[in-house]
Design a protein around this ligand. Structure first.
Ligand code: FAD
Ligand code: NAP
Length: 335
């Protein structure tokens, strides 16, 4: 493992922000991680644990050490129709989904085409098309920076919620995930409850996991900008969750409001609808803008600095707050 200095990060974040890291190391093994964490020269510096860089915004140059998680490997244990799949954190998530599908291990086909690494999947409990990581995660393994030891956390201990987990709360910046364990199955049980997905599959006679994956991949390719051409971090804002009373007041004032009731009685509002109503969809502000097809995808057209992206995000948050009294929370982590 080599410790590099003054490393450009533009190719390591999907918003293509041209920031630099003071120090940068590829972590390809548990030993690499232990070695770099034991380096006294780096001990007091901030750390950024980096996967695919598809859910971060770099506000400026990073003054500390970037630990680029590059651990590779997939192992499987069989038990009847069940497959316990252990995946090293640096594996690419989309490639993992495709690999599992090819092996006939089902359960994550709806999560195809999500950029990033396997190790980052628990951080915000990745979700799409009616499935989230919580549906299949058994446990994560990693290094606890506070306890200074290797630990295995069960799915329950990860406290996965809507785009959230213990790694965005109590264990933020305190736990480096090196492996995730998933429970998949050789028995196909396609989940087509998500309306857009069932519509896409309505003409399909026998719905297989492969058909689900293909439908999701096709929808994603047609709806979402490719970050290699139009740098972005996916959804920039979370869907706000409000009380039923608050939602009902909003619904009376704005009868077209798009929202979904949640199992716990609260209501999820469509962030994209709120942003679109404020006239932002497709708008450009210099080198940054909002995608014409996706009102909550901010695009860094000019591959410019993070503060320009965040200025646009701030302007959007202000108009949604002024018009609807709703605060939009940024989904990617800011550094
Ligand atoms: P990074 O951006 O590298 O890191 C994100 C955060 O996780 C950082 O705080 C980082 O420190 C932390 N982290 C990363 N790896 C580790 C580790 N091993 N241990 C501890 N902390 C770690 N998300 C969804 O949920 N659903 C979607 O459908 C979806 N679609 C997307 C589409 C596009 C076009 C893009 C650009 C993004 C999309 N995302 C989606 C967001 C993103 O892809 C996911 O959140 C993904 O899991 C981030 O992985 P990453 O490796 O790129 O994480
Ligand atoms: P979409 O299907 O129109 O979804 C837009 C938003 O509406 C999503 O946030 C989704 O919530 C919500 N939604 C739609 N139907 C819903 C229902 N029946 N109940 C509750 N919520 C519903 O179009 P899209 O933007 O292309 O997204 C498709 C899927 O990919 C979604 O699941 C979305 O989360 C995921 N995605 C996520 C990101 C990201 O960066 N986080 C980026 C692109 C796509 P959910 O988010 O809860 O699904």
């Amino acid at each position: 493992m080599t410790l590099l200095e003054d490393v450009p990060l533009q190719d390591f974040n999907t918003l293509a922000i041209p920031a630099k890291a003071a120090y940068f190391a590829d972590v390809a093994s548990a030993e690499d991680l232990e070695r770099i964490l034991a380096n006294p020269a780096l001990a007091s510096l901030p750390r950024l644990v980096l996967g695919g860089g598809s859910n971060i915004v770099l506000r400026g140059d990073f003054p500390g050490v970037v630990l680029h998680i590059a651990l590779q490997g997939i192992a499987v244990e069989e038990s009847g129709a069940e497959r316990l799949v252990k995946v090293a954190a640096g594996e690419n998530w989309d490639a993992l989904v495709r690999h599992c599908l090819a092996q006939g291990w089902y359960g994550i086909e709806n999560l195809i085409s999500i950029p990033g690494s396997a190790g980052a999947a628990p951080i915000q409990n990745i979700g799409a098309y009616g499935v989230e990581l919580a549906d299949v995660l058994v446990a994560v393994r990693g290094w606890d920076l506070n306890q200074q030891q290797w630990r295995r956390l069960s799915c329950e201990q990860c406290q996965l919620g809507y785009r959230s987990s213990v790694f965005k709360g109590e264990l933020q910046d305190r736990f480096i995930i090196t492996e995730i364990e998933l429970r998949l199955s050789t028995t196909a049980s396609p989940n087509t409850r998500y309306a857009a997905l069932s519509d896409a599959l309505s003409g399909t006679e026998v719905v297989t996991p492969e058909a689900v994956a293909e439908a999701v991949a096709t929808m994603r390719a047609s709806r979402l900008p490719d970050y290699r051409q139009e740098p972005n971090a996916g959804s920039f804002f979370k869907n706000p969750i409000v009380s039923a009373e608050r939602a009902s007041v909003l619904q009376q004032r704005f009868p077209q409001l798009v929202s979904w009731p949640l199992a716990d009685g609260q209501v999820k509002l469509a962030a994209a609808w709120l942003v679109e109503q404020c006239g932002w969809k497709g708008r450009r502000q210099g080198e940054v803008g909002i995608h014409p097809r996706q009102a909550i995808v901010l695009v860094n057209y000019g591959r410019t600095k993070g503060e320009t992206v965040l200025a646009l995000a701030g302007a959007i948050q202000s108009s949604v707050a002024d018009q609807f009294g709703v605060s939009l929370e940024i989904e990617p982590r800011l550094y």
